[in-house]
Design a protein around this ligand. Structure first.
Ligand SMILES: [Ca+2]
Ligand SMILES: [Ca+2]
Ligand SMILES: [Ca+2]
Length: 414
């Protein structure tokens, strides 16, 4: 059964645009599509671990637990003489103790997957101390940093991301709750980087600050929201199915009712989709960024049936040329020249670009609407999706592929 939000969207969609293979990343994309010789395993129970280990040992593969929630997730890698990944997947898929085994695909926030999920300010001159609350994109959608007149308690919004620095003043001002690190299995999601360009994209620690910037957009849309930072990505902005799925289950275990995922992959993961479906069944609303390849369709997990996918616009309400788009988009929010905390500073702000920053505006707006209307997450999302404002100068190519319109929290609207 499709969720209410999706059914409403399907009714509003005038045309379905056939998904096409992403082409913009050229050769770099192959790295993100090739099998990784690493398997993510969704096990039925931790009690089944000995049997799993026995099977993998015969195949020459090892196994490690992925920390996070109450759902047992594992990652397996080959030893020196390990079997082919295809053999391992076939063998594991035949085991009743395994819900699902699949290639442990990559998710990222950064440009090498075909666009830019985020863009760090590259020059020190870009540092601005402008007020986050007074930026054009926020004003366009009716946000001025004022706390809403609430009839319900502040919801808990989990930000599944990376590059968090809890020492920045922006995090200190918000209602930031104890977080979790699904990569290191500890309670501190902070990531200060290692000074190395671990993924060879020419930028050392390119993912730092991303999580802070995303959190600040949630707090801009919903001052007072209880924000839970959960680390799923490394200091380069990269993570895998096991990291992301574990982080989603960890967020659910911590009582989040809204989740933001400003990360994307060019492939679909059934293990991650199962985590997203679990969230939906528990009444939790997940919001995700469409991606920044500028192509159709929206990337995964924004494309999931269980997720509100957010496309990006500039401050004049026209399409951000880098934003992905497609029939799975639910609505749009500003993604260009977003003022947000700057990494490795305690009180500086920089200009960021990408649907990474549109998505948390919607996640925060859902939390805000829950507070002002006393509704469930799904009802709040439905309300926002059905009361958007029109885009400007959106070509026919995109007109039916950017959801219902631009987020609208102006006083006369919501
Ligand atoms: Ca940690
Ligand atoms: Ca890098
Ligand atoms: Ca690094």
């Amino acid at each position: 059964m499709k969720p209410t939000v999706r059914v409403a969207l399907a009714a509003l969609a005038l045309a379905l645009v056939a998904p096409s293979a992403p082409t913009q990343a050229g050769g770099l994309l192959s790295k993100w599509l090739a099998p990784r010789n690493e398997v993510a395993i969704d096990l039925r129970s931790d009690a089944d671990l000995p049997a799993l280990k026995t099977t993998l040992k015969l195949l020459g593969w090892n196994v490690t637990k992925r920390a996070g929630g109450s759902r047992p997730l594992y990652v397996s890698r080959p030893g020196l003489l390990g079997a082919l990944e295809s053999t391992v997947l076939k063998t594991l898929s035949a085991l009743s103790i395994v819900r699902k085994a699949e290639d442990n695909i990559l998710y990222t926030t950064e440009r090498k997957y075909g666009g830019e999920q985020s863009q760090l300010p590259v020059l020190h001159d870009d540092l601005v101390s402008a007020s986050v609350t007074n930026q054009p994109g926020a004003l366009l959608v009716g946000l001025d940093g004022q706390a809403p007149a609430a009839v319900a308690a502040a919801p808990t919004v989990a930000v599944v991301d990376g590059g968090f620095d809890l020492g920045h003043e922006a995090m200190g001002r918000g209602n930031v709750q104890p977080g979790f690190d699904a990569r290191d299995n500890d309670s501190d999601p902070t990531d200060v980087g290692n000074g190395c360009d671990d993924d060879g994209d020419g930028v050392a620690d390119g993912g730092l600050g991303h999580g802070n910037a995303v959190c600040s957009m949630v707090m801009l849309a919903c001052p007072g929201a209880r924000v839970v930072p959960i680390r799923a990505l490394d200091d380069e902005g990269n993570g895998t199915t096991a990291d992301v799925a574990a982080a989603i289950y960890a967020a659910l275990d911590r009582g989040a009712t809204v989740l933001n995922l400003s990360l994307a992959a060019f492939q679909r993961s059934e293990i991650t989709d199962e985590a997203l479906h679990t969230a939906w069944l528990r009444g939790v609303l997940v919001v995700a960024a469409a991606g920044n390849a500028g192509t159709n369709p929206v990337l995964f997990p924004a494309s999931s049936d269980w997720v509100v996918g957010v496309v990006g616009t500039d401050a004049s309400a026209t399409k951000d040329p880098n934003s992905n788009y497609g029939s799975d988009a639910a609505l749009g929010a500003p993604s260009v020249d977003v003022v947000a905390p700057f990494p490795r500073t305690t009180n500086k702000y920089g200009v960021w670009n990408g649907t990474s920053f549109a998505s948390p505006l919607v996640a925060g707006a859902i939390a805000r609407t829950m507070m002002t209307h006393g509704t469930s997450p799904a009802a709040a999302a439905q309300m926002l999706i059905s009361t958007t404002q029109p885009y400007t100068n959106v070509s026919s190519t995109w007109a039916d592929a950017m959801g219902t319109g631009l987020l609208d929290l102006r006083p006369t609207s919501n």
